[in-house]
Design a protein. Structure first.
Length: 292
């Protein structure tokens, strides 16, 4: 049953400590995430610490990533770009085969206007990934942007995916997909899976709840929120159907629970929610393997 592993996200430089703390709860994989840049983290040292932590449990590192805007020639953007390159070189030390992050974007410009810079930056990233036997997976989060005025990530919907994969056509470049980002845009995530599963290299376990009453009375841009991120098991998505379709279309990656967004299971309840999500997703996967 573990051809699709269920795990969780762990934060960058503290990832080894958190992996140790989560020993015994049943996580099968971990995704290591850095925000904006890796700072002064020595990735080789961290890799050894992570390996020691993993030796105490039956789990693996599925991917490692840095989430920032590598398309901007600013101090922050250049730090993200440099960090992404360092992770592309260091990922094999962690046993990871996937490097993750945002596609970036030219802030305030259109998706189309960002494509030449995307091709320049990610064309080189892809060459590095191929040289190291890796794949790159771009998260589908809008990061507050839109088609005409992008934020930190142009890879937020299927129309954009068509464009970016046309700019950099490589099997080394794909998606880090989650249904929540689509639901929050009022996109039905399910029809995507038949076409896009071959390009989905990693899945974030995050869900959403949509309040249709608010939409009907206040719309998307009113003062009342119409949607909330949720931990899997508490949102609108049918994860049995999601996992079934992923399997049907050949997905064999992992699903990492992305916590720290649920408005109810937060603070002291954070890992209560995450452990519930872990057991829930394992059941949606089909429960325990039975061989007769």
């Amino acid at each position: 049953m573990q051809n699709i592993k269920i795990g969780t996200l762990v934060g960058g430089k503290d990832s080894a400590d958190l992996i140790r703390k989560l020993k015994g709860y049943g996580f099968e994989s971990y995704a290591i995430n850095f925000w904006q840049n890796i700072g002064d983290t020595d990735l080789a040292v961290l890799a050894e610490q992570v390996k020691e932590a993993l030796a105490e449990q039956d789990a693996q590192i599925s991917c490692i990533g840095v989430y920032g805007n590598a398309l901007m020639d600013t101090t922050e953007g250049l730090a993200t770009k440099e960090s992404f390159e360092k992770i592309l070189n260091a990922a094999p030390l962690f046993g990871a085969k996937i490097v993750t992050g945002f596609a970036g974007g030219l802030l305030g410009k259109s998706v189309e206007a960002s494509l030449p810079k995307f091709k320049e930056v990610y064309g080189e990233f892809v060459r590095m990934a191929q040289a190291n036997g890796l794949k790159i997976a771009l998260e589908n989060c809008p990061m507050g942007g839109s088609w005409k005025s992008v934020g930190q990530n142009i890879a937020f919907n299927p129309d954009a995916w068509e464009l970016i994969f046309n700019e950099v056509p490589s099997e080394a470049l794909g998606l880090q997909w989650e249904p929540a980002h689509q639901l929050m845009q009022l996109i039905d995530p399910m029809p995507q899976l038949k076409k896009w599963t071959p390009k989905i290299y990693n899945v974030h376990g995050k869900d959403a709840t949509i309040d249709k009453t608010v939409l009907r009375t206040h719309g998307m841009t009113g003062k009342e929120p119409y949607a909330w991120n949720r931990t899997p098991g508490f949102g609108d998505s049918n994860w049995i159907e999601i996992i079934s379709r992923l399997r049907m279309y050949g997905y064999e990656g992992s699903i990492e629970i992305e916590g720290w967004h649920d408005p109810v299971y937060k603070g002291d309840l954070e890992y209560t929610g995450q452990i519930h999500a872990l057991h829930y997703l394992k059941q949606c996967r089909g429960g325990e393997l039975v061989l007769i």
